[in-house]
Design a protein around this ligand. Structure first.
Ligand code: FMN
Length: 299
């Protein structure tokens, strides 16, 4: 009942997990039937290994969290030689990639054009690295250049992940669709900051960080709604999803699939509960597939 396909990737459910919140999937095998997830969007991968940011990297906020991990990861070579062979038969693997130039995104996409990788997701929107990220994510021309570079370097579907830290998300969506994106995912985290009133210092080592979790959900639903009206490519919606009811909202707004992020930290088996809840919801309304919900919000 929940099975679907996005960019020709067959998925048992339209429920994915968001990059950076679910490791490489295998860490969650005790809590989740990995094959029941649409895909695991693995931690942001870069050409060279990265240690991430110094100091405190995570703080809890009312209804969410702020993070400034800074793309800590072992680098694409280790991912390809060690991680991918271990995980590729257990789940659909979508590799989230981040580079400091359009060429670097292209190089990563080329290296990852291998068996076991279902798609690449371009993180043009990471707010927590000083050398790139946000510039691609807020400039339509730069985001288009990154998309083109990845597209011509791989035979895999290219998903472009948009930043919510822009005035008009529709401009970004249109630019990456015209540049060849096969799918758009959104939202990444919203830029935020917290200050300790005893020390007068920022809580996070990086000063600012990305806000995620329940607090961002209405922003994400609005952006999915706007982008769905603007582009033809499928949308993977995310941002604050913590229940099947949240997921239904994203489908009605126009998402073809959804991804769960921060909620995995509070309940590592939340995706399975969302899958059960969605199945019951469809049955109770006599609906036969998720496609009967997509974009059906009555405005
Ligand atoms: C700790 C943490 C690490 C993240 N790392 C990445 C990353 O490496 N690449 C990326 O594109 N997004 C990353 N994100 C953003 C999430 O994938 C997601 O887009 C965002 O958190 C909104 O969804 P949520 O509110 O369900 O968490 C990260 C988020 C968190 C909380």
């Amino acid at each position: 009942m929940l099975s679907t396909a996005i960019c020709n990737i067959n998925m048992n459910t339209p429920i994915l997990v968001a990059s950076g919140t679910f490791g490489f999937g295998e860490e969650f095998a005790d809590f989740v039937d990995l094959s029941r997830l649409g895909a695991v969007m693995v931690k942001g991968t870069t050409l060279k290994p990265r240690r991430g940011n110094e100091g405190n990297r995570i703080t809890e906020t009312p209804s969410g969290m702020l993070n400034c991990i800074g793309l800590e990861n072992p680098g694409v070579e280790v991912f390809l030689s060690d991680t991918l062979p271990r995980i590729k038969d257990k789940m659909n693997v979508i590799v989230n990639i981040a580079g400091t130039s359009a060429e670097e995104f292209g190089e990563l996409a080329r290296l990852l054009d291998v068996d076991g990788v279902a798609a690449v997701e371009l993180n043009v929107s990471c707010p927590n690295v000083k050398d790139g990220g946000i510039i691609f994510g807020t400039d339509p021309k730069a985001a288009a250049a990154v998309t083109e570079s990845a597209k011509k370097s791989t035979s895999k579907p290219v998903i472009v992940k948009l930043s919510p830290n822009v005035t008009d998300i529709k401009l970004m969506a249109r630019a990456v669709e015209e540049a060849g994106a096969d799918c758009i995912s959104l939202i990444n985290t919203l830029m935020g900051m917290e200050i300790n009133i005893n020390t007068w210092r920022p809580t996070l080592g990086n000063v600012t960080g990305g806000l995620s979790g329940a607090a961002v959900k209405p922003v994400a639903v609005r952006m999915v709604y706007e982008v769905a009206k603007t582009v033809k490519v499928p949308i993977i919606g995310m941002g604050g999803i913590g229940s099947w009811q949240d997921a239904v909202e994203f489908f009605l707004a126009g998402a073809s699939a959804i991804a769960v992020g921060t909620a995995n930290f509070a309940d590592p088996s939340i995706t399975m509960k969302i899958a059960d809840g969605l199945e019951n919801y469809l049955q109770s309304r006599n609906l036969h597939s998720i496609s009967e919900l997509i974009g059906k919000v009555k405005v």
